[in-house]
Design a protein around this ligand. Structure first.
Ligand SMILES: Cc1cc2nc3c(=O)[nH]c(=O)nc-3n(C[C@H](O)[C@H](O)[C@H](O)COP(=O)(O)O)c2cc1C
Length: 229
């Protein structure tokens, strides 16, 4: 199993700790078959989308930030399991996490999805002092589900702390239990090989639009080439 973790911050705090714990537990269970990569934001990608529409109108490889984006893009495409984690900052994922995800808008199933996504699974993780977990998980899961990823697991926890060593013992126990359960779920099942229901619904709607508007639609040729019409 190849795992790529994208940290929505450079520092190794509570959210990093949970992501690391999960990766370690998966590695323990699948000792011989785990390949791990990780990226920190903004250290490994620090660009904002300029809104030039080049990716939508031509190809992602023409993005002005492609040189910096390519290693992350390749690692994602190569992975079986993606882990996206971010602390809650003002009820949302960090700006740098959202900036990275902006760069993959063209992967949404209504544009030019990557077929390899339909077999992958993903986990989104967040911690907050107390509130904003749901919206932060949604920030990251929106992209993963709309990329067509087969299954996206979500876990957010209020840690009542600003640093891992301040997290109360009873919350740490809850975290350990949850990461155990997640690791078991991930190791005992494979990707379904088909996109999640939400992605599938939008994909089907887009197929109808293509039939209605034909080659006027800028992604039409890509879909035609894939045989999706
Ligand atoms: C800029 C900033 C904004 C934050 N916004 C929230 C928030 O909206 N809700 C909340 O409960 N905690 C908020 N926090 C607290 C962190 O989400 C919380 O301490 C988290 O566990 C930190 O994770 P980390 O150790 O991985 O950085 C904020 C912290 C910072 C630095």
């Amino acid at each position: 199993m190849k795992i790529v973790t994208i940290h929505g911050q450079n520092h190794k705090g509570s959210t990093y700790m949970i992501a690391q714990e999960l990766v370690d537990k998966i590695s323990d269970r699948k000792r011989d078959v785990v390949e791990k990569k990780e990226f920190f934001l903004p250290a490994d990608f620090d660009e904002y989308c300029t809104g030039c529409y080049t990716c939508f109108q031509t190809d992602l490889s023409n993005c002005p930030h492609y040189q910096k984006l390519e290693p992350i893009k390749n690692a994602i495409l190569d992975a079986d399991l993606l882990i996206l984690e971010s602390p809650v900052y003002v009820y949302h994922a960090t700006g740098q996490m959202m900036s990275l995800l902006d760069h993959f808008g063209t992967w949404w199933v209504i544009h030019r999805p990557e077929e390899s996504m339909f077999k992958k699974r993903a986990v989104v993780l967040t911690t907050a002092a107390g509130g904003g977990m749901k919206s932060t998980l949604k920030d990251m899961a929106d992209s993963l589900e709309m990329w067509g990823i087969s299954k996206v697991y979500r876990y957010g926890v209020g840690v009542q702390a600003s640093r891992p060593d301040e997290i109360p013992e009873w919350i740490m126990k809850k975290i350990h239990k949850k990461t155990d359960r997640l690791a078991n779920q991930i190791c005992s099942s494979e990707g379904k090989g088909r996109m999640n229901l939400r992605g599938k619904m939008w994909f089907s709607l887009m197929k109808l639009a293509h039939k209605q508007f034909g080659a006027m639609e800028s992604d039409y040729a890509y879909w035609e080439e894939k045989g999706w019409h």
